[in-house]
Design a protein around this ligand. Structure first.
Ligand code: T3D
Length: 262
């Protein structure tokens, strides 16, 4: 039986396809578990040097599977804090902290936590027909999975507040124009472009990417001096890497570098 996440390693890229298309790839416990295992593999295996996340069918991900949350008269309310603590928070933390680039190809609607998981990735491409919707307030919730942290930082407070309170769909072109994502591409070219981009990153200096991700994440809370200190420490480490040596040698020899991620 096909899993809820399809996993394929190609050209150093671990391609992860959310695979519950009949539910627009909404998250259930099984999909969380399979995605977690795949991301752990991405972190562990040296042959994996980038990750590509996408969705099967016409949607990217519709957030939490609401079928698991329907309550009858007299049912006790679910502990959503527990669901965030066990499932969503570790997921977005894992994506942000993964020491390898994570590319997201948003192939269709990205709603609720599905939108915020996409936005947690390093480089987000979206099909022109894709949409993003902070659907949470439609069902009486607030954005989670890092949405309230990430949105104002990406698009500014005014747009973040409107996105959250109005819970309206934003199309991919607008998302790109606002800086919510990297770019919108023609539907038929999305996967091809995302794969080429991820494969290029997989051939790149993996340790430099990891350090850059770490520094960019720290920049959100560090002051200028702390950030300069962090850059100094990380650059010191990178200066001892094989990839740096190769990069400089290739530059001097006027050829393309061959980075091994070491
Ligand atoms: O609970 C916790 O653990 C706390 C954490 C919460 C995190 C969250 O993500 S909360 C937010 C949950 N998500 C939503 O509220 C989004 C719900 N879905 C929608 O608003 C719409 O489906 C979309 C805007 C995403 C897409 O609209 P549209 O018109 O393109 O498609 P549709 O017809 O509404 O959906 C197609 C099918 O997918 C449909 O099934 P059916 O009728 O054909 O059998 C629909 O029920 C199903 N579907 C869509 N979203 C979900 C879903 N099934 C389960 N859960 C979903 N989230």
């Amino acid at each position: 039986m096909a899993g809820t996440v399809l996993v394929e390693l190609r050209e150093g890229v671990l391609e992860l396809t959310l695979n519950r298309p009949e539910k627009l790839n909404a998250f259930n416990e099984a999909m969380h578990a399979e995605l977690r295992a795949a991301l752990e593999r991405a972190e562990r295996e040296e042959t994996v040097r980038a990750v590509l996340l996408t969705g099967a069918g016409r949607g990217f991900c519709a957030g939490q599977d609401l079928g698991e949350r329907v309550m009858g008269e007299g049912d006790t309310s679910p502990d959503l804090g527990d669901a965030l603590e066990r499932l969503y928070n570790p997921l977005v933390r894992r994506i942000r902290a993964l020491p390898k680039p994570v590319v997201c190809a948003v192939n269709g609607v990205a709603a609720g936590a599905g939108a915020n998981v996409a936005l947690a990735c390093d480089i987000v491409l979206a099909a022109r027909s894709a949409t993003f919707v902070q659907a949470f307030t439609r069902i009486g919730l607030l954005p989670d999975s890092g949405g309230t942290w990430l949105l104002p930082r990406l698009v500014g407070d005014a747009r973040a507040r409107a996105l959250v309170l109005l819970a309206e769909k934003v199309d991919a072109e607008t998302a790109a124009a606002w800086g919510l994502i990297w770019k919108a591409v023609d539907d038929g070219r999305l996967l091809e472009e995302a794969r080429a981009l991820a494969a290029g990153l997989a051939r790149g200096p993996t340790r430099a990417y990891a350090a850059a991700k770490r520094a960019l994440q720290a920049a959100w809370h560090n002051g200028f001096d702390a950030q300069l200190d962090l850059e100094r420490d990380l650059q010191r480490e990178l200066g001892r890497s094989e990839d740096y040596r190769e990069g400089v040698r290739a530059f001097a020899e006027k050829r393309a570098p061959v980075f091994r991620g070491r």
